[in-house]
Design a protein around this ligand. Structure first.
Ligand code: DX5
Ligand code: ZN
Length: 224
């Protein structure tokens, strides 16, 4: 099943509740929340208080993408604030298996994220632990960057490994997903589509989300 996860990074932060509502009306079923620490990525965004406010503003699951060093220290805080899904970057986790279990122990779905330069093979030993794998299709840190096509083979590979090993993680993609690129990522196997600029950048977020989801669903039909 294809799901759209609007990323609030490109939303108007002074009207977050309304923006999230509009994205949901357009068919978004997961709200993607980008947490950046200014160390792992060269940008700073939001923290637990905003997640707590979002929790009151929507019933949709909150997908917290932690682009931070030392994520273990913050997992309990984000879980308490209302995160439903928490993902951590492979590149910062020295004890990835432990961190993923830590997320699950706090009642959240656990995801692992790989940067464009990180191979899928680095995840071999945790694919049976995770609920989802997030493939970055831009270098994390900013919205509205161009999609990196060489990341597509990683979505295909993850779908292949999943069927070979009989696993059931979901495949999420993040970065540069827009009307021009959405069919490619869906055909490659992505199922949860994060989109920031394409939803909130220009015009009506509800209409933008609906158009993107329609294009994605059409591409998924071609896949089978
Ligand atoms: C980038 C973030 C993304 C970002 C995607 O570091 O992880 O979630 O919001 O934005 P777009 O869809 O504009 O590329
Ligand atoms: Zn993200």
């Amino acid at each position: 099943m294809i799901e759209l996860a609007p990323s609030i990074l490109s939303a108007d932060f002074s009207r977050l509740g309304e923006e999230v509502r509009a994205a949901g009306e357009g068919g978004g079923t997961v709200i993607h929340v980008d947490i950046m620490d200014g160390h792992f990525v060269p940008n700073l965004t939001i923290g637990p208080p905003v997640v707590k406010s979002l929790r009151r503003a929507t019933r949709l699951p909150l997908d917290c993408h932690l682009m931070i060093e030392h994520p273990d220290e913050f997992i309990p805080v984000f879980a308490d604030a209302g995160a439903d899904w928490i993902s951590v970057h492979q590149e910062v986790c020295r004890h990835l298996n432990r961190t993923l279990h830590h997320i699950k122990d706090h009642g959240c779905l656990a995801g692992v994220v790989i940067n464009p330069a990180t191979p899928v093979e680095t995840l071999a030993e945790v694919l049976d632990v995770v609920d989802y794998v997030l493939v970055m299709s831009v270098n994390p840190g900013f919205g509205a960057q161009p999609f990196i096509p060489s990341t597509l083979h990683k979505m295909r590979r993850l779908a292949e490994i999943r069927s070979q090993r009989g696993l059931n993680y979901r495949i999420e993609v993040d970065g540069g997903v827009a009307l021009e690129t959405v069919a490619d990522v869906v055909r490659a196997g992505a199922e949860i589509l994060v989109a920031g600029n394409a939803v909130f950048g220009n015009g009506d977020p509800s209409k933008n989300a609906a158009a993107l989801l329609k294009a994605a669903t059409e591409a998924a039909l071609q896949r089978v």
